[in-house]
Design a protein around this ligand. Structure first.
Ligand SMILES: Nc1ncnc2c1ncn2[C@@H]1O[C@H](COP(=O)(O)OP(=O)(O)OP(=O)(O)O)[C@@H](O)[C@H]1O
Length: 254
């Protein structure tokens, strides 16, 4: 029995001749939170999409709780909850009906789906909105609804792609509080983020990627000092060669 909820081995993704992900390997221990940090186009979403089996793996292997995603995508999806960048909510349905519609994908009977839906809306602070149309929700509420929806199959691992991008600071804090509650319940979390403060708030470990490869990885609390930097943001900017990019921008302007 593995202690890892997620094992990623030599993962490669090619879009025709372009290599978006170039041999990434990492593990996520049960109950831990791992954040993937990287600039636009680094390959974060592509990596997640291979893990949650919405894009084919070119080569390499992903095991979720020991289940090979390429061999058994449907079975592996029962182990996970996914919060994608796009909401993919049905705006013609009520908040609760969005929950029920998702639960039915996991063969959860209608009555149980409603019960579980109401419990989860309560968990994310949306119990007063169960019969409202989705379009009436704020951006922060929609994100919390998507989180609640991702929990409907009681997943052991939640995967979130830039979960708080575009939210105001209050909504981000509310969202983080919910993720921290899930962590306390023992749920494992894999997320991507552009925000170092989000990673410092939520994650135990961080994987920095750029141009489809891992450029640094370690514990959030110690990685910067191990690499000789004062903090994570400075380390990240230096490792992604931000200084050179800044110089290029200055040269283009002058
Ligand atoms: N369907 C696709 N076909 C061709 N190229 C793609 C496709 N999807 C992504 N790419 C390319 O693969 C690279 C990695 O994209 P990806 O979306 O994984 O980056 P990302 O790190 O998630 O970026 P962002 O932070 O902007 O979301 C980019 O160069 C992107 O243009």
């Amino acid at each position: 029995m593995t202690n890892h909820i997620l094992e990623v081995k030599q993962l490669i993704k090619k879009y025709n001749k372009f290599s978006a992900v170039k041999g990434i390997s990492f593990n996520l221990a049960k109950g831990e939170t791992l954040a993937i940090l990287g600039p636009n186009g680094a390959g974060k979403s592509t990596t997640l999409k291979m893990i949650y089996a919405t894009t084919p793996i070119t080569s390499g292997q992903v095991l979720i709780n020991g289940i090979d995603v390429a061999q058994n995508a449907r079975r592996s999806k029962w182990e996970i909850g996914v919060v994608m960048q796009e909401d993919l909510l049905d705006t013609t349905l009520s908040v609760l009906d969005n929950m029920v519609a998702h639960a039915i994908l996991f063969d959860i009977p209608f009555k149980l789906a409603r019960k579980r839906g109401i419990e989860l809306l309560n968990f994310v602070g949306l119990s007063n909105y169960w019969n409202k149309q989705v379009y009436s929700l704020s951006g922060g509420m929609r994100r919390r609804l998507v989180l609640a929806r991702a929990l409907v199959n009681n997943p052991k691992l939640i995967i979130l792609d830039e979960p708080t991008t575009g939210l105001d600071i209050q909504s981000r804090h509310v969202f983080w509080a919910k993720l921290n509650e899930l962590k306390l319940q023992g749920v494992s979390i894999l997320l991507t983020s552009h925000y170092v403060d989000e990673i410092e708030t939520l994650a135990d470990s961080v994987l920095m990627i750029d141009h489809g490869t891992i450029i640094a990885s370690g514990k959030v609390n110690t990685l910067a000092s191990e690499l000789g930097y004062s903090n994570l943001e400075t380390a990240y900017l230096s490792l992604t060669k931000f200084d050179e990019e800044a110089k290029n921008i200055e040269q283009t302007r002058s």
